[in-house]
Write a protein that binds this ligand. Sequence first.
Ligand SMILES: [Zn+2]
Length: 418
Amino acid sequence: MLKTNRQRLQETLTLFSQYGATEHNGVTRLSLSEEDILARDKFKEICESNGLNVTVDDMGNMYATLPSTTNNPPIVIGSHLDSVIKGGRFDGVLGVLTALEVVQTIQDADIKLDYPVTIVNFTNEEGARFEPSLMASGVLSGKFVKEVMLASKDRQGITFCQALRESGYEGSEAHRLKEAKAYVELHIEQGPVLEHYQKDIGVVTGVLGMVCYEISVDGESNHAGTTPISMRKDSMFASMNIISILRQKLKGLPEDLVYTIGRINATPNIHTVIPNNVTFTLESRHQDPHVISQVEQIIEELPKEIEQCHVSTKKLWDRDTVHFDAAIVEAVNTSVDDLGYTKHKMFSGAGHDAQFIASYIPSSMIFVPSAKGYSHREDEYTSYDECSKGADVLLHTVLKIAKAEVSLADSLANQKTP
Ligand SMILES: [Zn+2]
């Protein structure tokens, strides 16, 4: 079987981990920052020196294309080069660099495909500098309005528009990703499941739907020393009661449902004052929209009055489950089998550009294990062996989509390259 070059992939990953390197082996490479621009420049340089044609669209998305002699639409592979603050060396960048490795392997083996292969680097996937996340793929897929995105500001008050302009990576709308044969994104799992089951590859069938509510409990502020317990309207203890009702009821739903109270604020948040308001979010994810609607029902049926406090709920937003293209998922699945690697079929609990691109291009994803499930932290880790297995699966998925027959001679040719 034709395989990617593990040594070269390791070297490229090591090279890119310098851009925004942090003290504890992680990276801070916020979108369109100095560090991101260095990584973009290097990506462009490597692609061009390999004879790829690099273009940039009006959202700063980069495309590096290995041409074919046909007029067929491209097979697109890639992910994002930006990171969160003190993120890891694998999130996003691994998808771009395994895509690069796949293209280099195809070139080394001198395989002529009937489809161009395009490596994509999506701008501002993380949303860590400019909200929201998935910004550029959101604009491409018509989920977000470009003008609104351009006005998004970072903490210094710099707009996305200004940062894009100054980066030198503001390209033309004509270069946007429109038609494509397929989009395949390799990514670290960012969760503990593959490691737990000791599997090499996650065959990703979709992205979980989710819903996010804000729940607000109103009581009355008063002096913490002078007000007898029986005469209080304490929103903190009332909200604790609401949270335990939620927990009890949510436990009755399917056990693969996930739910999180990730933000909680007490007002006025002073130790000598009984809080008059506690507001918290409840975010929940599941593949089955029926289960999500059961979660909504539980929230909406919460008592409106508890411990003399008033309870109100507000749905902040929701997102439907995305099911990836069955044929592309199958191409990933059989590639894993052909290579003799182990696999686990799974949904992605995290959001990815692929979920937006899937709305207009047949898409899927490939996951590789995350040690201890850690991600968005400096000690995020995936071994180079696991990374290269992922790259091999991406390679064969591309070849399958292009229906390219790879002969033994091709794989021998590959082995000769350093
Ligand atoms: Zn990512």
